[in-house]
Design a protein around this ligand. Structure first.
Ligand SMILES: [Fe+2]
Ligand SMILES: [Fe+2]
Length: 245
């Protein structure tokens, strides 16, 4: 999925240039034990792309606030589809982007319908929630020129997809059987979305995008590791939880 807030093109993905992503021999199977459906190499790449791991305290809050988790998750799937469509309308002359974003938008809407089904089954009602700060912090740094704007949105999309995937994998071992199965099933497509976004970003830049990736990674790290004023799927650890000790 992608992220909340604006109707701006934001994003998700995976990379076709594995050499640009540090490989690792670390075994993630204990922390991310739900990720059996994903190639361990793909998961390792994705986690290495992220600047930090989700704090354990965020997982503790998420388990206590599963209603907010699910309602916000449904919203984010819808945002992910919107982002893909926005990119398709903004850059009609890029066939690979059209192809990848069209498929991605369809998949995100299926995810949206799946989350809504679980929400309804559990007796909850989908409603609007105040968006988290996460996407806004990233999107406000996007450059203005069309070519640069595209690269930035694609990099942001890669980060958002990777973070979503990492959180699904981190949550799944602690969830009930139905939700664990669903979140595990999402891993494969979200890992591919991450790769698609990153691959597109690299393919549309004449120069290395490493510095730009590093720039957005630091913003993402701050959003994940710093205290947040509310709990959301992409939030930091909420301050009310920290105060409670
Ligand atoms: Fe996605
Ligand atoms: Fe999704």
């Amino acid at each position: 999925m992608t992220s909340e807030s604006s109707a701006e093109p934001s994003t998700e993905l995976t990379s076709e240039s594995p050499s640009e992503i540090p490989s690792t021999a670390v075994d993630y199977s204990s922390t991310y034990s739900a990720a059996k459906d994903v190639d361990p190499k793909d998961l390792a790449e994705l986690i290495n792309f992220l600047p930090c791991e989700t704090p354990d305290q965020w997982v503790e809050v998420a388990l206590q606030r599963q209603d907010i988790l699910l309602i916000n998750h449904a919203y984010l799937e819808k945002c992910a589809a919107r982002t893909a469509l926005n990119l398709m309308f903004a850059y009609p002359d890029k066939p690979e982007l059209q192809r990848k974003m069209s498929r991605l938008a369809r998949e995100e809407l299926v995810h949206f319908e799946q989350v809504i089904k679980i929400i309804n089954k559990r007796g909850m009602t989908y409603r609007g929630l105040k968006p988290s700060r996460y996407a806004g912090l990233l999107n406000k740094e996007v450059r203005k020129a069309s070519d640069e704007k595209l690269i930035d949105y694609l990099i942001i999309g890669a980060l958002i997809e990777a973070r979503s995937c990492e959180r699904f994998a981190k949550l799944a071992p602690h969830l009930d059987a139905e939700l664990a199965k669903f979140y595990t099933s999402l891993l494969r497509s979200e890992a591919r979305h991450y790769k698609d976004y990153l691959t597109l970003a690299q393919s549309y830049s004449k120069t290395s995008i490493d510095d730009r990736i590093a720039f957005f990674q630091e913003i993402e790290r701050e959003a994940i590791e710093s205290e947040d004023d509310q709990f959301r799927f992409h939030s930091g650890v909420p301050s009310d939880y920290l105060k409670r000790g």
